[in-house]
Ligand binder design. Structure first.
Ligand SMILES: Nc1ncnc2c1ncn2[C@@H]1O[C@H](COP(=O)(O)OP(=O)(O)OP(=O)(O)O)[C@@H](O)[C@H]1O
Length: 229
């Protein structure tokens, strides 16, 4: 579904990612881990085309999108919930979902599906997104990314700073989304969440892949060691 090969990117002349390979299959969760500042968000932003790649390739569903603008990637089936659960703060929850569903053939149904996935959002439909708690806003951000029915869902630290009960709900939804056949590329700092969801794990350090493999083959101790490098 997604094949990232030899990806290099950065900011101006400051190179952040060096030859990063990562792949995600339909129905699987690929988790990218690493300490703060190693380049995880830069990787996701480069995959989504928000930062240009200076080397390597991003192939989605067999199509090379390395130079495609973000909106083309989104239209071709890539959904993104960036770090910090970004939503349109002055708009209500429903308006946020409507903006994301704009132009879809069955937008009402698409929004209803998200409310089934995130029942906590239903009583909040008329609340401004800027007034939501962090966990509610994160659920809205994921719902927005899902509303168009992406085949790849890219999530940047969806559990960061969120109360444990909502973390459990978000983890459950990510598992359900993958079980429906969506490929999930997930940046996650919490080891338990990551190892609980992941099919594959890629660990970055200083912009390079230092571990890549099946989650089932990675012990908790080895993962903790890699993240402490
Ligand atoms: N807009 C920017 N301009 C210049 N440098 C940046 C920019 N954004 C990030 N960086 C730098 O790129 C490097 C990687 O940052 P990135 O946010 O990708 O790391 P991360 O692994 O996602 O970290 P975190 O877990 O803290 O979110 C860091 O050294 C950071 O300072």
């Amino acid at each position: 579904m997604l094949e990232v090969r030899g990806l290099c990117s950065g900011y101006g002349r400051a190179r952040v990612l060096f030859d990063v390979d990562v792949a995600v299959r339909a129905g699987q969760v690929a988790c990218v881990m690493g300490r703060n500042g190693v380049g995880k968000t830069t990787l996701l932003n480069t995959v989504m085309g928000l930062i240009p790649a200076v080397g390597g390739s991003v192939v989605f569903d067999g199509v090379d999108v390395t130079r495609a603008p973000t909106h083309v990637r989104v239209r071709s089936g890539m959904g993104y919930a960036p770090q910090g659960h970004e939503t349109f703060a002055p708009l209500t929850v429903l308006e946020n979902l409507k903006v994301a569903a704009d132009g879809l053939p069955r937008s009402g149904e698409a929004i209803e599906e998200q409310l089934e996935l995130f029942p906590r959002l239903r009583p909040l439909l008329n609340r401004r997104a800027g007034l939501l708690s962090g966990g509610q806003a994160q659920q809205l951000a994921i719902a927005r990314a899902l509303v168009a029915g992406p085949r790849l869902l890219v999530l940047d630290e969806p559990t960061e700073g969120i109360q444990p009960s909502i973390v459990a709900e978000i983890v459950e939804v990510i598992g359900q989304v993958a079980a429906r056949g969506v490929a999930v590329l997930l940046v996650e700092q919490y080891l338990d969440v990551a190892l609980g969801l992941a099919d594959t794990v890629t660990v970055l350090d200083a912009g390079r892949v230092v571990h890549s493999g099946q989650a089932a083959d990675l012990s908790r101790e080895e993962a903790a060691r890699l993240l402490a490098v």
